[in-house]
Design a protein around this ligand. Sequence first.
Ligand SMILES: Cc1cc2nc3c(=O)[nH]c(=O)nc-3n(C[C@H](O)[C@H](O)[C@H](O)COP(=O)(O)O)c2cc1C
Length: 260
Amino acid sequence: MKKNVLIVHAHPEPTSLTHQLVQVTRQTLEKGGHQVSSSDLYGMHWKAVFDEHDFPARLNRRRLSFIEESGHAYSTGQQTADVTAEQEKLLAADALILQFPLWWFGMPAILKGWVDRVFAYGLAYGYKGEGNRYRYGDGGLKGKRALLSVIVGGPAEDYGPRGINGPLEELLFPITHGMLFFAGMEVLPTHAVYGSGRMTEAAVEEAKEGWRTRLERLFEDAPIPFRPQNGGDYPDRHMLANHVASGQSGLRAHIEAPRT
Ligand SMILES: Cc1cc2nc3c(=O)[nH]c(=O)nc-3n(C[C@H](O)[C@H](O)[C@H](O)COP(=O)(O)O)c2cc1C
């Protein structure tokens, strides 16, 4: 079935591997009959910094409270035009793909600034003005899929189960779980291309082919089984019940173990 996909990407160099893979995304999805929109954050000179200029019509001029002003601006239609346009693209999408080079074990600042500014109170958090009632699997972006496509300078071994940098999926937990699942989206396992600094032409072709294959299953692959806040595992909405993931702590406790 035809779906709508938004690609948000962040690399300053138009010939970079990131941009080449963005092209693959667009071509593959369009070939599959999907409708694709995109936001080239460097190309559009996206304002990365979330600050007082995001609130032209302030509730409180004396002291800037981001959450209050965000909720007010969102609910009264007084956000800046660039933020409104991105929210419209996001709300129209069935899937969101974030494509970016790994910079200091996270996303480039310009992409973090897209999340900071676009994920408004009332939309991605504080849904329906109800604080934390709707989060982690529930919220304004529920029903959408999300997928990270990360271009990584270091080799795969550095990011393996015992690799020196730590496993990539764990390093990206604040994005997959803390931003995307938080806002209600189903998040697919991350797609990474490693060793991006020195790739032969053949390796680039292989990376493109791997990404094409992955994209073909965008609407079929199983998401990461993060535990939803409102599914019973967190009776007080804050902590795991004692009988859930007993004896476990840390990030992994928030992912359901595969059924055996
Ligand atoms: C500011 C900056 C931070 C980086 N941080 C990391 C990092 O944490 N881990 C890593 O493996 N590579 C890191 N790299 C290397 C990039 O991931 C690599 O240059 C990028 O994936 C190359 O992709 P491209 O061909 O699309 O530019 C960093 C590069 C820059 C410029």
